[in-house]
Design a protein around this ligand. Structure first.
Ligand SMILES: [Cu+2]
Length: 127
């Protein structure tokens, strides 16, 4: 009984700690949110915007947009959001044909590890 209570206290302390924005070393670098969102279906895409759990190390973040055929889709240069250092984005210059796309990202957080991930979204056919 006592041991269980102690364990649940320890767990709540651990999970609670991640809620403090200053304690970044407890939150591993990763993707917090994106636009388009993962698995979203959208009418059009003007930019790919990613928000990470930490500020990525300088020049470590990349965003690659790949179409259903596996071809790289040209995007603008990666930029950081001047109002939020955890957010980076690339402009998508041309209107995307309908279909499935993959966003492949990469970045390095506080601990120096390269973290990669990807997610998909769909551009809906025009009505
Ligand atoms: Cu790491």
């Amino acid at each position: 009984m006592k041991r269980l209570a102690f364990l649940s206290l320890a767990v709540s302390l651990m999970t609670g700690a991640t809620a403090f924005p200053g304690v970044t070393d407890l939150v591993h670098f990763g993707l917090r949110s994106s636009s388009p969102a993962a698995d979203a279906t959208v009418a059009a895409v003007e930019e790919i915007r990613l928000t990470f759990t930490q500020v990525p190390q300088e020049n470590s973040a990349t965003i690659r947009l790949v179409n259903a055929g596996g071809d790289l889709v040209e995007t603008g240069e990666l930029q950081s959001d001047p109002n939020d250092a955890t957010t980076v984005f690339v402009a998508v210059g041309t209107a995307l044909a309908h279909g499935r796309y993959t966003v492949a990202w990469r970045g390095i957080g506080d601990d120096g590890h390269v973290v990669r991930g990807d997610f998909g979204f769909t551009v809906a056919a025009q009505r």
